[in-house]
Design a protein around this ligand. Structure first.
Ligand code: PEP
Ligand code: MG
Length: 576
């Protein structure tokens, strides 16, 4: 009989194959007393185990393909770096001395302490980094126990669906090389390592399938639908036929879309549309280039601060931006100034005053930059400097009033003066744009359009602020709807304001990456999209099969409609 389990689909795609229950070796730490005279020996045992763990990881690293993306290799490198961190070596040695205990137990105590630090972090992404600590500790404990890790056998894994409690990045990479068909884990969320890696590697994956290892029998046949987060065990012939067809369709579709790589996006009636990519780090440009030789419409710079958990000085930022520009090989780079605050906070700012009751409405993005010019000035100096080397634009997030724009302009003049005094090369004619992501800004879009070189609509926040829905709160997620008439009006006002002032308007929020809305946006007059790299070809395909003129007429009808259900069905009609 079939069994259906649900989890969170974190990497799209359909896989059909036999289960492989991956049991990681138990690392239950034993505790025993070690007399003081034996401490040096015990500490040496710990050193050796750390060394051995490092050798194992280096071996894994040397066995993975040379063209593996940097961010994936980065996972292994981060574990290697952790192994060099005194927190493990010296920290655990101090515990051995303090409690006269064995290395395994000392390591476990140290691990619990570190995990607690991560648990207390507000940022959900950083909280998931505790997985790294646990994985590194487990590796050392395996070495201490002289127990080799349960290594998956290559022949057995090809085409199999791996079911596990969780997977380390190293496990995931090795399994990818053994050509596993999909991953299902009992724990983890969309930000867990397995999820990030699976997406990067293009392997269907579902996380959060509780008790999967108990409910799924070893070697039983499974269907995985990574889009909807569905696992079907012992599927009946009808389900198999259905999912085989879907999988086949998916493959054919991807192959077809690949033909659009580096081809222009032009509507049937000859309107050229610009599609660029959104990135978080210069490394992301490699993935972007695999989908299209295009530029970047949104570079979220705060991610580099979040990664290092601290502010970076002008020189460090300049080098990072320059790296991004060179990777783009002549294509434009739109650098968004810091959007720190709310759900994106760095350690050095935490604990400096009371937590805001409503951080999304608080000191965030440009508000924060204007309050902390000592952090903002180095960034604008770095951006203006890199703009001397190529097509670089600066984009300001969360603008709410023209008064803020006056303050930004004053700081820009200040930065130019500083750079002139220092006699460094910079572009004093750099184009400056505003993100329109607050209803107040959308309603003043005509004034912003007169003063800015370009506008970019940030729908993620525009929807949050228009509909009063916290974008990270699951409880109200069902109300988050880009098709709400109020949202559509604000988007349209912004597009029209740009047209009137002859200023380009792009959209870089997730609405632009969702193919469901492409025709609607074209019909509203949007001709510049900045999207996730993996959405580029799908969006281009829709554009190339649309008639802008006809869409204008149809979308006018949608804009006059106030009934959400009716709007939904009219948008469906546009897409059929
Ligand atoms: C947006 O709000 O749509 C946007 C692109 O910015 P972020 O998601 O980084 O807030
Ligand atoms: Mg935003």
């Amino acid at each position: 009989m079939s069994i259906i389990l649900n989890g969170i689909g974190v990497s799209h795609g359909i896989a059909i194959g036999n289960a492989y229950i991956y049991v990681r070796a138990s690392t239950e730490a034993t505790e025993y007393n070690v007399p003081a005279s034996y401490h040096p020996k015990e500490i040496e045992r710990l050193h050796q185990a750390i060394k051995e763990a490092s050798t194992q990881l280096n071996e894994i690293k040397s066995r993975i393909a040379a063209d593996t993306p940097e961010d994936i290799l980065g996972f292994i490198d981060s574990h290697l770096l952790m192994l060099e961190d005194p927190a493990f070596d010296e920290g655990a040695a101090a515990i051995i001395r303090e409690f006269s205990c064995n290395a395994e137990w000392a390591l476990q105590v140290q691990c619990d302490r570190l995990v607690q630090v991560f648990d207390e972090m507000d940022d959900p992404y950083l909280r998931t980094r505790k997985d790294d600590v646990i994985h590194v500790v487990q590796r050392i404990q395996h070495c201490l126990a002289e127990k080799p890790e349960s290594k998956a056998e290559p022949v057995k894994l090809k085409g199999r669906i791996v079911i596990s409690d969780d997977l380390t990045p190293a496990d995931t990479l090795m399994m990818q090389h053994q050509k596993v068909a999909a991953f299902v884990t009992e724990f983890g969320g969309p930000l867990s390592h397995t999820a990030i890696l699976a997406r990067n590697l293009g392997i269907p994956a579902i996380v959060g399938v509780h008790n999967a290892r108990q409910l799924i029998h070893p070697t039983e046949q499974l269907i995985i639908d990574g889009h909807y987060g569905v696992v079907i065990g012992e599927p009946d012939p009808r389900s198999l036929t259905h999912y085989r067809k879907l999988r086949q369709k998916d493959t054919v579709r991807k192959q077809r879309l690949n033909r659009l790589i580096n081809k222009p996006a032009v509507t049937k009636d000859g309107v050229h549309i610009l599609i660029q990519g959104n990135i978080d780090r210069p490394e992301d440009i490699r993935n972007l280039k695999q989908h299209d030789n295009t530029g970047v419409g949104l570079y979220r710079t705060e991610m580099m601060f979040l990664k290092d958990n601290q502010t970076l000085d002008e020189e460090a930022q300049f080098k990072t931006y320059k790296r991004a520009l060179f990777r783009l090989k002549g294509k434009p780079l739109t650098i968004r100034t810091l959007d720190l605050g709310a759900d994106k906070e760095i350690q050095e700012s935490l604990g400096q005053g009371p937590m805001a009751h409503n951080p999304a409405m608080g000191l965030r993005a440009i508000r924060r930059c204007l309050k902390e010019p000592e952090n903002f000035l180095p960034q604008i100096c770095a951006i203006m400097r890199v703009a001397a080397y190529g097509d670089v634009k600066m984009m300001i997030p969360m603008m709410t009033s023209i008064h803020e724009l006056d303050q930004v302009s004053a700081l820009l003049e200040n930065a130019k003066q500083l750079l002139r005094q220092r006699k460094v090369r910079f572009n004093d004619k750099i184009e400056i744009g505003a993100m329109i992501e607050v209803p107040a800004a959308a309603l003043s879009a005509d004034i912003f359009a007169q003063r800015m070189d370009f506008l970019s609509i940030g729908t993620n926040d525009l929807i949050q602020y228009t509909l009063a829905i916290d974008r990270i709160d699951d409880e109200v997620n069902y109300l988050y709807n880009p098709l709400h008439p109020a949202v559509l009006q604000l988007v349209k006002i912004t597009i029209d304001a740009g047209k009137k002032a002859k200023v380009p308007v792009s959209m870089c929020g997730e609405m632009a990456s969702d193919p469901k809305y492409t025709r609607l946006l074209l019909g509203m007059g949007l001709n510049y999209f900045s999207v996730q790299a993996n959405a580029i070809l799908e969006i281009k395909h829709i554009i190339n099969n649309s008639n802008m003129g006809k869409l204008h007429t149809k979308v006018r009808k949608i804009m006059n409609c106030h009934d959400l259900n009716k709007i939904e069905s009219l948008v469906d009609t546009l897409n059929t």
